[in-house]
Design a protein around this ligand. Sequence first.
Ligand SMILES: [Mg+2]
Length: 121
Amino acid sequence: MNILVVDDSVTMRKIVVLALGNKVSVIEAENGKAALEITSREQVDLMILDINMPELNGLDFLKEFGKTPKAGKVPIIMLSTHTEKEIQDQAMSLGARAFLTKPFQKPELQALVTGLTGQSL
Ligand SMILES: [Mg+2]
């Protein structure tokens, strides 16, 4: 299973990659634009997506990804510092399946990944 981790913070990507463990393969992207390129050419089974990023932020990524043939076929977990309900609702209405706020608890992220993919970590 391939998981795409999209975050402009190298440190945050490292934390997420460590939380995912070594039963899955992880692809990293530093912003939504890079993530769009990767999803167009790679098999991605799940995405973990930040919101605040340069080039293309997480919400704009969701809008663009929603126009592609893979829309709706790849579960997306938002992982963001945004706690506002409007932003969370917007992400969910744009196709995200779950919203986790930073700092996150490792078991919480793992449970979401397992719940959305059926694969234990
Ligand atoms: Mg960020």
